[in-house]
Design a binder for this molecule. Structure first.
Ligand code: ADP
Ligand code: MG
Length: 391
């Protein structure tokens, strides 16, 4: 069932009460965008005073997968959405049967949240992705027969590179993840890129300009993101088409982050799909006509989608908790950062920092993308989120 409003009768305010499962930074930015469109949000998160609840003002304190809490959320809103994919779909499927609007649908969530079912879906839909096999338990012989270099991925629960193990040679087998997983061919990537795609229940579908990701060596966490990607127009158009094809095949509603590899021999392979707003779209707040958060709200409420056009080149850096610190965040380099032209600082209001935890991000706009990148590197040098306690 999809949420529908009697448009000819006008929208009674709040336009929609949106229940958001997950209270992190994505929920925070989603709550702000919802409010701009006259909607209100209720957040479900186990951590009281979560970042998203600080913006929404309303929170149910409880687990993402707690059936009673999810039901309570459903009862207090018109439509449910989520900002993370690692949650139990069962309570959602039940509520959907009872007529609760949930977007993306629990079916789409179920397909995507398990990396094995997701890869199988991509392959069956004819979407290019690296070859893979299921590995219910790691097995040295099976890995060897499949062939190195390979990447082992946990079926469930991984994010920011946790749950992903790159094995260059058989000697790396000892690093294996002792869980139900898949193994796939290691891709020799020229670049990692990402395309955000939004689709509404009427089937209107729009892609954002392609963005390029650079990762911290060894951490698998996004380092600097560049928008638009430094790729030729033909590849960019092909990537946008591939993103749209992926989301249409899923019949997804909402916004989706489609991560891809541009291989050294010029092919595009889909790496994975996130059924939600994505880290690679934060710069859209300042750089694009419609930001990804507003676009998600428009999509799930079956409103016309906004223009995705980018108005200025942008670079984005995540502000990660410094290794060696935890506890109450202590921010260093704020003024040096704010003194750089074109910078916007976003802090997420997390009460506690931990090594590599996402604590905020900075977007840099500059007409010249190389200058935007240089400034982003300056931000990385200047800005640090330390903590009250040394580890
Ligand atoms: N098949 C692959 N070949 C090469 N690198 C890979 C492959 N799969 C994943 N990676 C690297 O690991 C990172 C994290 O993997 P991903 O599947 O995107 O997991 P996560 O859910 O943690 O984002 C990717 O962004 C990429 O840098
Ligand atoms: Mg990823």
């Amino acid at each position: 069932m999809s949420f529908s409003i009697e448009k000819d009768k006008g929208y009674a305010v709040p336009v929609a009460r949106i229940g958001v499962i997950g209270g992190g930074q994505l929920g925070l930015m989603l709550a702000r965008a919802s409010q701009r469109l006259g909607c209100s949000c209720v957040i479900l998160d186990p951590l009281s005073d979560s970042p998203a609840a600080q913006a929404a003002g309303q929170q149910i304190v409880g687990g993402y997968s707690d059936p009673d809490k999810v039901r309570e959320l459903a009862e207090s809103c018109d439509i449910i959405t989520f900002e993370l994919e690692d949650l139990d779909v069962k309570p959602l499927l039940e509520l959907e049967k009872e007529g609760v609007a949930i977007q993306p649908t629990p079916r789409v969530l179920a397909t995507v949240q398990d990396k094995l079912t997701q890869k199988t879906f991509l392959r069956d839909a004819g979407i290019p992705t690296s070859n893979f096999i299921e590995t219910p338990h790691p097995d040295e012989q099976v890995f060897a027969d499949f062939g190195y270099p390979l990447v082992q991925k946990a079926r469930r629960g991984g994010y920011d590179g946790r749950g992903v193990c790159v094995m260059k040679t058989a000697a790396d087998y000892e690093k294996n993840l002792p869980v139900a997983s898949l193994i796939e061919k290691f891709v020799e990537a020229e670049k990692e890129i990402s395309v955000l795609v939004a689709r509404n229940p009427d089937g209107e579908c729009k892609a954002y300009p392609v963005v390029e990701m650079v990762f911290v060596e060894g951490q698998n966490v996004l380092d600097v993101l560049l928008a638009p990607a430094r790729i030729n127009d033909g590849i960019a158009a092909e990537a946008q088409q591939l993103g749209i094809k992926t989301v249409e095949a899923l019949e997804g509603v909402g916004i989706f982050g489609v991560e891809m590899f541009l291989t050294k021999d010029g092919r595009l392979l889909v790496n994975e799909v996130a059924p939600r707003t994505h880290n690679s779209g934060h710069q859209s707040i300042e750089a694009n006509v419609t930001d990804q958060f507003e676009q998600h709200v428009r999509a799930i409420l079956n409103m016309p989608l906004g223009e995705t056009e980018q108005l200025s080149p942008a670079a984005m850096v995540n502000l990660l908790g410094e290794p060696g610190f935890e506890g109450r965040p202590v921010i260093r380099g704020m003024n040096e950062t704010l003194a750089i032209a074109g910078v916007s600082v976003h802090l997420y209001g997390k009460a506690v920092t931990k090594p590599y935890r996402k604590m905020g991000h900075v977007t840099v706009l500059d007409k010249d993308i190389q200058k935007a990148l240089d400034k982003a590197e300056e931000v990385k040098q200047a800005f640090a989120i330390e903590g009250e306690h040394r580890l």
